[in-house]
Design a protein around this ligand. Sequence first.
Ligand SMILES: NC(=O)c1ccc[n+]([C@@H]2O[C@H](COP(=O)([O-])OP(=O)(O)OC[C@H]3O[C@@H](n4cnc5c(N)ncnc54)[C@H](O)[C@@H]3O)[C@@H](O)[C@H]2O)c1
Length: 250
Amino acid sequence: MSQSLKQRVAVVTGAASGIGAAVADAFAAEGARLFLADRDLDGAEATAARTRAAGTTATTHRVDLTDADATRAMIDTAHREFGRIDILVNCAGLLTEVPFVDMPVHIWDEMIDVDLRSVFLCCRWTAPLMVRQGTGRIINVSSQLALKGGESLVHYSAAKAGVIGLTKALARELAPHGVLVNAIAPGPVETPMVAGISEDWKKAKRAELPLGRFGVPTEVAPTAVLLAGDPSGNLYVGQVLGPNSGDVMP
Ligand SMILES: NC(=O)c1ccc[n+]([C@@H]2O[C@H](COP(=O)([O-])OP(=O)(O)OC[C@H]3O[C@@H](n4cnc5c(N)ncnc54)[C@H](O)[C@@H]3O)[C@@H](O)[C@H]2O)c1
């Protein structure tokens, strides 16, 4: 079987759970070597054990991506360990729901820190290495709520829209250096992130979706494989791909 990411080194954040874990599994199946980062080390270890069983090399790293120094140390460690970084997937994220008129400033700040600033930080420390290599892929996980907005999700929608702006601008800057930057904006996906939302909301949301159902992480991960792959991802620059059950049709 041909493996589209054979021996490529991939750093995946948020790899302990949900979409990030599924991306790790899908990358392992394609032969990538993995550096799996999360603040939940046990979860990252579980993902790593699965991917090793699938025959790949995987290391784990506990990190709080709101910490700039720790994030820099994480990228340095991955680079030292593997000698290069071919793919960065920024998947870690947080979802909280608060009506805007009640939103405490610290909730806004926390969201921007986790869902936007962490993407900046990981890109900031990885991009110079990729530019030196003359090759690389950066895949930022946004959300379709960046495009349509969500009630009680002003902070989340703003952070995820920021990820799209960052992606497009960075894509322009890095493409001439052989580094391709793109985003994935999923619709609702069954992961621990949405597990806490009320069944009534989920039922109403499903009814709104042209596909009539949420996605599962293994249906999002192949989009990351496509963007990371050669030649499948070679012409994507600053694009926002939407595995979203039809929720948004840009
Ligand atoms: N599930 C959905 O419906 C959905 C839809 C659109 C976009 N997304 C986005 O997809 C990405 C993955 O979400 P998921 O649904 O798999 O969620 P998840 O909760 O299953 O996974 C998120 C992971 O991020 C990690 N994380 C959170 N904050 C961190 C921090 N400060 N430092 C390090 N790690 C941290 C968590 O420990 C967790 O393992 C997120 O960016 C999310 O916003 C999810």
